[in-house]
Design a protein around this ligand. Structure first.
Ligand code: ADP
Ligand code: MG
Length: 239
């Protein structure tokens, strides 16, 4: 189910302000691409545009070979994980996972099968009857990831999913996300301002600043052969 993502000459405006200008990015099916850059550089804007939450001023977005520039978020074949878990507090973990499938026209037995599989992958089996308030931060974020996984789509979008967690949990979940990527054979676009996260997770990193991709390359490429002063200083590359 791994879908490629192609972004061509994308421009996004907030009111009169152009936040992304003529941005191009080609992501292969199954690739793990990290959008890395300082706060305010446009990472979330780009991710939200792929998800369908931002109006496009110019340019186009293709997912799995389909032009989705004007498609509704639910019709794009994406699953998204936000920094704040955004779980429904009154629903159990099982209901939170099932709710993500409500718009997806799948049968009851298929819903059960997908929940079982997702719970197994994320080690949530023993937590399905609990409500979010009865979970730790790391468990909540695993449920949030589960809500994206259960949709069984070709592209997963992560916006700083580990930023609210402590260092140990961040580390554990990072390893888990890496493992999931291999196991799911899906395309992942992952936003972070954390270099270590970017370096350890990415097949390729898009280093962003000022609404522009400054460099796109493997972790070794961007670190050892930075394209400009910004990339070198942001990554702390050796001179
Ligand atoms: P990042 O995720 O890299 O921190 P964002 O994509 O959130 O950056 O923001 C990029 C720029 O757009 C910033 O200057 C931010 O202030 C601005 N911005 C983000 N969201 C909005 C919005 N809804 N309305 C107006 N400006 C926004
Ligand atoms: Mg952001």
């Amino acid at each position: 189910m791994k879908a490629p993502v192609r972004i061509s000459n994308l421009c996004i405006d907030y009111a009169n302000l152009r936040v992304l200008s003529n941005l191009n990015l080609d992501i292969a099916g199954g690739e793990f691409v990290v959008l890395l850059g300082p706060s305010g550089c446009g990472k979330s804007t780009l991710l939200n545009a792929i998800a369908g939450f931002n109006d496009v001023a110019e340019g186009s977005i293709e997912i799995g070979g389909q032009n989705v520039t004007w498609a509704e978020p639910k019709d794009r074949g994406i699953g998204m994980v936000f920094q704040s878990y955004a779980l429904y507090p009154k629903m159990t973990v099982r209901q939170n996972l099932a709710f993500a499938l409500e718009t997806a026209r799948v049968s009851k037995s298929e819903i059960e099968a997908r929940i079982a599989r997702t719970a197994k992958v994320l080690q949530l089996d023993h937590l399905l009857a609990r409500r979010p308030a009865q979970l730790s931060g790391g468990q909540r974020q695993r449920v949030a990831i589960g809500r994206a996984l259960v949709r069984d789509v070709g592209v997963f979008l992560f916006d700083e999913p580990l930023s609210n967690l402590d260092a140990q949990l961040r580390n554990d979940l990072r390893i888990e996300i890496k493992r999931l990527h291999k196991q799911l054979n899906a395309t992942i676009v992952y936003v972070t301002h954390d270099q270590v996260e970017a370096m350890t997770l990415a097949d390729r990193i898009a280093v962003m600043n000022g609404g522009v991709i400054q460099q796109l390359g493997t972790p070794a490429e961007v670190y050892h052969t930075p394209a400009n002063k910004f990339v070198a200083s942001f990554l702390g590359s050796p001179r």
